[in-house]
Design a protein around this ligand. Structure first.
Ligand code: IFM
Length: 466
């Protein structure tokens, strides 16, 4: 158990993260092209309450105020993503200078404020023009990604400290192409696996391009790994866990770290008809060497624990009971349905990644919680649950560092309240509260507490209970 007051390593990077579609707004301004999320959100019934990212948190017009707020918190780094269709409205070809100018101003503003930019190239908002040609299910979109990565890093690479090629490729592939809950809204498991491969391929192809254009920067990818366990000691639940957790983690990490696609999972996918009988027909000779391009860091997005239960068994099967979970109170569970607060899982995942893949360095590129506390009558946002959540997760991260995990930084999700994809504005993850009508911003108590963490480079001495 780490003690409050224990210090993080010198030069530890404390940050906060956002993504373009979730915060920028200005969806059709200054020459920006349509993205698949614009199309999805404008399709009735896709996003809760008919919300959309058309205006989102209006960061596009409030970026100076937002940088001033970041500076007041003392952030060392800000993780943002670029909207591909702001830079290349058709996905490839003609460059939209006005789009690049926005990011030039933003990055210059960050540097003036002493904040290092960490930039994600792809956080799910694919140009619709590329989706019309098949999206990431088509190999040609992986080629277009390399063109985009080249344009972006040629123009911004002299000032960006860290590049992330893709954010959570598994969520983009599966939730968008197999479950239909994210753009582009497809429901085809085979397409999802094609998409996953082309994401990985485009990552590998772009790494040397980014390095050439931005030689001083670090390059990596951000994957989402929650802590997964079989729901009980039964073999049935174990098998479900092996497949489900494997598809969300090993399916991506094994090829990234120089292994093949995991043979047990390939067999599984053939068996359940996600793949044809001849297996990975979309993988061409040499692809896996490209995917395994060495990177400088692995980004981890961690949120919760998930339990794998074999739902196909008849109820009389008498499975052992589910492993212990916290009682369903609003302190131990986020407002996102089924997101348990589970800080030990962060320690477990960090140590597993380090042991299993030995990345050169790790960053927590996202961790945070959704609770909707708003301003009280004095205008103060008392989000004590978020403080408690962050404190316990920072402690878990510090424990991992203390046993040798090369964790170099931590980005809280999110800098500000924003559009939570299909959940619309109903879920608030921000350190900064945003009024989605007036666009007024207020630092939540958690932002002020985080300022103390950053200035002391340590978890402050304070009661852990909110
Ligand atoms: O808001 C998302 C983010 O875009 C990707 N990672 C998870 C966050 C919370 O769901």
């Amino acid at each position: 158990m780490t003690k409050a007051g224990a210090r993080f390593p010198d030069n530890f990077i404390w940050g906060a993260a956002t993504a373009a579609y979730q915060v920028e707004g200005a969806w059709a301004e200054d020459g920006k092209g349509e993205s698949i999320w614009d199309r999805f959100a404008h399709t009735p019934g896709k996003i809760r309450n008919g919300d959309s990212g058309d205006a989102a948190s209006d960061h596009y017009h409030h970026w100076q105020e937002d940088i001033a707020l970041m500076k007041s918190i003392g952030l060392k780094s800000y993780r943002l993503s670029l909207a591909w269709s702001r830079i290349l409205p058709n996905g490839r070809g003609k460059v939209n200078q006005a789009g690049l100018d926005f990011y030039n101003r933003l990055i210059d503003g960050l540097l003036e404020a002493g904040i290092q930019p960490m930039v994600t190239l792809f956080h799910w908002d694919l140009p619709q023009a590329l989706q019309d040609e098949g999206g990431f299910a088509a190999r040609s979109t992986a080629e277009a990604f390399v063109e985009y990565a080249d344009v972006a890093t040629r123009h911004l690479g002299d000032r960006v400290t860290r590049w992330i090629t893709h954010n959570e490729p598994s969520v983009f592939a599966f939730v968008g192409h197999s479950f239909g809950q994210h753009a582009p809204g497809l429901k085809d498991p085979y397409t999802a696996l094609r998409v996953a491969h082309h994401l990985l391929l485009s990552h590998g192809w772009s790494v040397p391009v980014i390095r050439a254009n931005s030689p001083a920067a670090e390059v990596g990818i951000a994957i989402n790994v929650n802590f997964n366990q079989p729901a009980s000691p039964s073999t049935y639940d174990y098998h479900v866990w092996q497949y489900e957790f494997g598809m969300w983690s090993r399916w991506f990490l094994d090829p990234l770290y120089g292994r093949q696609y995991p043979p047990d999972l390939v067999a599984y996918a053939i068996n359940n008809h996600s793949l044809p009988a001849d297996g990975l027909d979309f993988v061409q000779a040499g692809d896996l060497q490209i995917v395994a391009a060495p990177t400088d860091f692995l980004g981890l997005n961690y949120y919760t624990r998930q339990l794998a239960r074999d739902q196909s068994l008849p109820p009389d099967q008498n499975l052992p009971p589910t492993v212990f979970q916290a009682p369903k109170n609003d302190h131990d569970w986020q407002e996102m349905e089924d997101w348990e607060v589970y800080p030990d899982g962060l320690f477990n995942v960090l140590t597993w990644l380090n042991f299993e893949y030995q990345p050169a360095a790790l960053y927590v590129t996202e961790n945070g919680a959704s609770w909707s506390d708003g301003p009280d009558e004095t205008g103060r946002v008392k989000d004590a649950r978020r403080i408690n959540f962050l404190q316990r997760h920072f402690e878990a991260a510090l424990r991992a560092i203390q046993i040798g995990v090369p964790l170099k930084g931590y980005y809280v999700w999110s800098l500000m309240d924003n559009l939570e994809w299909g959940h619309g504005f109903s879920q608030r993850f921000g350190l900064i509260w945003v009024d989605f009508i007036t666009k007024q911003r207020i630092l939540k108590d958690s932002a002020l507490w985080y300022k103390g963490v950053i200035s002391q480079n340590a978890i402050p001495e304070m009661p852990i209970d909110p």
